[in-house]
Design a binder for this molecule. Sequence first.
Ligand SMILES: *Cc1c(COP(=O)(O)O)cnc(C)c1O
Length: 332
Amino acid sequence: MTTPWEHLPRLALIPGPTPVHPLPRLGRELGLELWVKRDDLTGLAFGGNKTRKLEFLLAEAQAQHADTVVTAGAVQSNHCRQTAAAAARLGLQAVLVLAGEPTEPARGSGNLALDALFGAQVVWTDRAQRDQALRATVEALRDQGRRPYLIPYGGSNPLGASAYARALAEALAQMPTPPAAIVLASSSGGTQAGLVAGARVLGYRGRIVGISVDEPRPALAERVAELASQTLALWGRRERVHPTEVEVHDVWARPGYGVFTAAEAEAMRLAARREGLLVDPVYTGRGLAGLLGLARERALPTTGPVLFWHTGGTPALFAQPYLRQWLAQMAQ
Ligand SMILES: *Cc1c(COP(=O)(O)O)cnc(C)c1O
């Protein structure tokens, strides 16, 4: 079957398919046939889901003869770190518009330290003015005679989302039977939208369960549906995805973005101690906390595989104050 995303230009930043494997000890404890898709192992600079999107986005940047890539995110953005690494590899200047306070010791840790190592230029702004700051940064670069290529938050536009349709085909080819459910941390929505749009084309009928990392359910479900519809349109398909067809759970997002609670601490501890697997405090720890919670409520399928899609975030383990807070939680 030729898929519509195969016709889109793509740079190979990832050496090959990322591994898929069972998580038997954790699965037995939860009464699930649990598997994991290891997109923490995409191979570039500690990995993550954004590298897949960048394969498509940076192919377009090169086609447009860009010499600079501009994107935005939170202080400890995994997306910005992967963009900075990919830009370095392609000989492009990365400019990152980061919302927040560059406080110590955060400045010298985690993703932010890596951004500097990759030679990215950082523009600081506050959250309320980040869109304006992003536009102003692009304009200033143009005025300087540069050719900037703008990547949206999280790389989440139809082109970036197409990478996750391709990734769904990759995962389905790796599994002995198709997963009854896929569970992932969902934030800017591009990953989930790509999976949802890809499922339409591939005829995948399992559940695609987004655990919201920061937003209430209606807002995220609406964005995922809209982005999935736009992604289908990019491939020449006229069908639309309705928000009621998008499964999102927001219970774990309620404490707020990046707020470390006992739920993430438990998920990190269980993944580490049952499977030797690392999940991060902000995204995958929250996503796995959602999976644990749904499993205990008997809200996940108990026949057929449940695939936890690991989306990366490893450097956040080494961003203060998370690790310190985590260790405090562990002591309780
Ligand atoms: C960005 C990110 C996500 C969320 O992906 P979206 O496409 O923005 O929804 C999940 N996990 C990690 C580690 C991320 O960096």
